[in-house]
Ligand binder design. Structure first.
Ligand code: SAH
Ligand code: SF4
Ligand code: F3S
Length: 466
């Protein structure tokens, strides 16, 4: 096989998005060898890891959860906050020791961190025992890099943009519910966020490719798909056609797959057409993740979010009024530079008005290279922690309030597996994405069953099979 000429350290740029077939290289070279993969970050990375597993298994490797047994270790990294970096560098320390005992162990680092030039340089200078460094745009090259097996470190990362690969051999984590990328990258450039730099500009997949993948999943017996993108509502804006997310969602609903979900929705691109499609189709789940980030219009402006506090509340109310029993969750950042206590109280005010079903909350983390990193951060860590604590108390109280409303109701639950805490129970999700632990049997896994809700906690429900 002709291997590409991979330089030791290569930062490549790509000026034009191309739609290409995945390489799907097959080999028996690593038969009877094991891979260990650790995934950090968002659903995008979880799904990328399914692609990485496909590449590794095509080379002959099998998965192990035992690090000691592994011949190759892959870390699929996240760069969203400083602590994500810390976790990876911490784990690398452990791998360094392991490699002393097992010099043939191959260590690969991919995902969002190496897309930052400073990280790629640190890996080159301080972590020479890492064999392969790849980015988010060239996962498809990983097979060739592994087969290359050269002794020196290989760094190969594309900056800015990437291609769209079709027909990848995924090894999916579930046989019931599947992730389906509808787009890659993000064009929003919220001022605090590293994602547009690590994932490149927005590239939508073609409608035919997405629908083909979903029909194929349906044929394989999948009961649920989650359409995946950093900002799904902006789907199609980069394609030269009159086809938007509402149209795609409608076409996906028409495939007849029992459950359709989507993440994440930016409030800015949320159209009335989208709301209508969600309300109209039984198989489009009434669950929306709608990140607020801040309740203060002043901070939203500094964040580059392009909506005001009032516009967010109006959109939220419109969705609530039009989609019956919809559940809405959000993301909120506290301690953005210049966030005063009054600004924080505006966030609390929105939470009190919207009473979210749940929220992921974060302390602002400065990311070098983003516009917000230039704004001086004047708030003490103690103050940020206090704000986070107050916010979480409130969010959890509303979650519990919402969950209690389910007690006594009969819900349709898609059962995914055996409950982690109690082996006699199975777990699954309601249409509104509430986690339910059910007194049921293993034979219910992979089915949508009727469940009577018997109890509610902040983060889950209990139920009995009907
Ligand atoms: N594309 C999605 C979210 C991607 S990142 C969206 O726009 O909604 C997930 C969440 O991480 C964001 O919604 C935000 O709340 C948080 N986040 C992103 N950058 C951050 C930073 N620098 N510090 C703290 N939280 C951050
Ligand atoms: Fe980041 Fe904003 Fe894009 Fe979400 S929409 S990924 S927060 S830049
Ligand atoms: Fe992290 Fe990259 Fe996702 S930075 S949150 S893994 S897009």
């Amino acid at each position: 096989m002709n291997l590409p000429n991979i330089n030791e350290a290569k930062i490549r740029t790509n000026n034009k998005v191309e739609y290409l077939e995945a390489k799907n290289i097959k080999s028996t070279k690593f038969i009877n060898k094991y891979y260990y993969i650790r995934t950090y970050g968002c659903q995008m990375n979880v799904h990328d890891s399914e692609e990485i597993k496909g590449i590794l298994e095509n080379l002959g490797f099998r998965e192990t959860n035992d690090l000691e047994q592994a011949h190759i270790v892959v870390l699929n990294t996240c760069a969203i906050r400083e602590n994500a970096h810390d976790k990876v560098f911490g784990f690398l320390g452990r791998l360094k020791h392991l490699k002393r005992e097992k010099p043939d162990l191959m260590i690969c680092i991919g995902g969002c961190m190496p897309q930052e030039e400073s990280v790629a340089n640190t890996l080159k200078e301080k972590y020479p025992f890492v064999n392969i460094v790849f980015g988010t745009h060239n996962i498809n090259d990983l097979g060739e890099m592994i087969l290359d097996e050269r002794a020196q470190q290989q760094i190969d990362v594309y900056s800015i943009e990437g291609n769209v690969y079709e027909h990848m051999d995924y090894v999916r984590d579930s046989k019931i519910t599947a992730w389906v990328n509808i787009m890659y990258g993000c064009d929003k450039f919220c001022t605090y966020c590293i994602v547009p730099f690590t994932r490149g500009k927005q590239r939508s997949r073609k409608k035919e490719d997405i629908l083909r993948e979903i029909l194929d999943l349906k044929e394989q017996g999948y009961l649920e798909v989650t359409l995946l993108g950093q900002n799904v509502n902006a789907y199609g804006k980069d394609l030269d056609c009159n086809y938007d997310f509402a149209s795609l969602l409608e076409d996906v609903a028409k495939t007849g797959i029992p459950r359709v979900r989507f993440v994440t929705s930016h409030p800015w691109d949320f159209t009335n057409d989208m709301i209508e499609v969600i309300a109209k189709y039984e198989n489009v789940m009434p669950y929306i993740h709608l990140p607020l980030q801040s309740g203060s219009t002043k901070i939203l402006k500094l964040m580059g979010r392009r909506y005001t506090k009032e516009e967010y509340i109006d959109l939220y109310t419109k969705i609530k009024n039009k989609v019956p029993n919809v559940s809405i969750t959000t993301d909120i950042i506290v301690g953005f530079p210049n966030e005063t206590n009054e600004d924080f109280l505006e966030t609390i005010d929105v939470v009190n008005k919207c009473k979210f079903d749940g929220a992921y909350t974060f302390i602002y983390s400065k990311r070098e290279g983003t516009p917000a990193a230039k704004i001086q951060d004047t708030i003490s860590l103690e103050e940020k922690e206090q704000r986070l604590y107050k916010l979480n108390e409130l969010i959890n109280a509303y979650s519990l309030e919402h969950n209690k409303e389910y007690i006594g109701k009969i819900e349709e639950v898609l059962v995914l597996g055996v409950s982690e805490k109690d082996n006699n129970k199975v777990y699954g999700y309601t249409k509104t994405m509430k986690l339910v632990n059910i007194l049921g049997s293993k034979s219910d896994i992979g089915k949508i069953i009727s469940v009577k809700i018997t109890d509610a906690k902040s983060f889950s429900l209990d139920g009995e099979k009907q």
